[in-house]
Write a protein that binds this ligand. Structure first.
Ligand SMILES: CC(C)(COP(=O)(O)OP(=O)(O)OC[C@H]1O[C@@H](n2cnc3c(N)ncnc32)[C@H](O)[C@@H]1OP(=O)(O)O)[C@@H](O)C(=O)NCCC(=O)NCCS
Length: 144
């Protein structure tokens, strides 16, 4: 991911998420040296993901696929790339947080071997119910 990608990255965020990240947050992620990656074809950015890697741990911070490209395996592919990079950077465990209502993402993570290790009650704002819980999922690396 480069600064020049960010307008298209944020467009995908707005299209895919109820609570999208802003351009400012992605700029900060790039400046912080996080693993910031996009999957793209010649015309457009299909998916993006951001992961922090430090002290033997990695944390998935966002993973997003443009709605028109969902259910074609792109999230799994990009997450695998991020996990492979984290493993090369000596991470031995990955953590992520996901909304308890996000059944699609939870199914993706479970299919990749993640299991729930905790929850944060009322962690996320939710337009329908006010607040909702975050599930904390984890798994050891390497993945394969
Ligand atoms: C969640 C998200 C990243 C999945 O992206 P995707 O490219 O559609 O996922 P994939 O095609 O790689 O799916 C791999 C597997 O995950 C599961 N899965 C993914 N989306 C699913 C859905 N909506 N419902 C049920 N299972 C789903 C399935 O097991 C799927 O395998 P299958 O298609 O062979 O059944 C995408 O829906 C998205 O960007 N959503 C909005 C942002 C978001 O919620 N990000 C996660 C935040 S933690």
């Amino acid at each position: 991911m480069r600064s020049s990608d960010l307008d298209l990255v944020v467009k995908n965020e707005v299209d895919a998420y109820e609570h999208p990240w802003t351009k400012r947050i992605f700029i900060d992620c790039l400046r912080s040296g996080y693993q910031c990656w996009v999957l793209a074809n010649k015309q457009q950015i299909i998916a993006h993901g951001v992961m922090s890697v430090a002290s033997g741990e990695c944390h998935l911070l966002t993973l997003c696929v443009s709605p028109e490209f969902q259910r074609q395996g792109f999230a799994r592919k990009l997450f695998q790339i991020l996990l492979d990079r984290a493993f090369k950077l000596e991470a031995s465990v990955c953590f992520l947080e996901v909304r308890s209502s996000n059944a699609g993402a939870i199914a993706l993570y479970r299919s990749m071997g993640f299991a729930q290790v905790g929850e944060r009650r009322n962690y996320y704002p939710n337009q329908r119910t006010g607040r909702e819980d975050a599930l904390i999922l984890s798994r050891q690396l390497p993945l394969r």
